[in-house]
Design a protein around this ligand. Structure first.
Ligand SMILES: [Zn+2]
Length: 203
């Protein structure tokens, strides 16, 4: 039985974007692409869409619109975040989670629920996003504890919480004006699910 996936493990390797839609006039139209790109969770705090209502999700501009309005609808400037992190970040700058592996910057302590910065980038992330705000630490600690108990006593519910959403976006149906990385469509979680390649749980 798989019971080891950690709910708050930041990625330890930098990577490339799989998707490259472009041409939407409204940046919010990129959201399903970003959900798939960032595994249905907030890039900054790792809150999963499965854990929160749909209305708490946002599209964040890495380089804020106040600095670069021309990047408002630039897919590579967009990330998926929760409302909390989006409201904290505002016009500040943080390291790009695609270029910088946050796992080398931040570590979550299981017992306290606190986030420890591991380097300068981690210090920026922790400060700008207020990752150690009392409410965030408490929520994180409770979530870790609850999931640990679920993994032991209710493994199927635990898999629900740690697995992919039931409804995955079918990106082939989205047809943006253009797509500079069409090969990424095969890598989308919807397609992986069709090929029975999705793991039950993920980090
Ligand atoms: Zn967040």
């Amino acid at each position: 039985m798989i019971t080891t996936a950690h709910p708050y493990k930041y990625p330890t390797e930098s990577r490339h974007r799989r998707h490259g839609p472009s041409g939407y006039k409204d940046y919010r139209d990129y959201r399903p692409w970003l959900e798939d790109e960032f595994k249905f969770r907030c890039v900054y705090c790792l809150k999963r869409q499965k854990w929160a209502r749909t209305d708490v999700w946002s599209v964040d501009h890495l380089i804020p619109q106040s600095i670069a309005l021309d990047k408002e609808c630039d897919y590579d400037n967009l990330v998926l975040t929760c409302q909390w992190c989006n409201n904290r970040k505002l016009a500040d700058l943080v390291p790009d989670p695609v270029a910088v592996a946050y796992g080398n910057c931040l570590q979550v302590d299981d017992d306290s629920g606190r986030v420890s910065p591991l380097n300068e980038d981690g210090v920026i992330l922790e400060r700008v996003l207020k990752l150690n705000h009392q409410s965030q630490v408490l929520t994180r600690r409770e979530k870790i504890r609850t999931l640990k108990i679920m993994a032991r006593c209710a493994p199927s519910e635990w898999k629900q919480m740690m697995g992919f959403p039931e409804e995955l976006p079918n990106l082939r149906r989205k047809s943006p004006p253009s797509n500079i990385r069409p090969e990424g469509l095969d890598d989308s979680y919807f397609e992986k699910c069709k090929r029975h390649e999705l793991p039950e749980v993920y980090e």
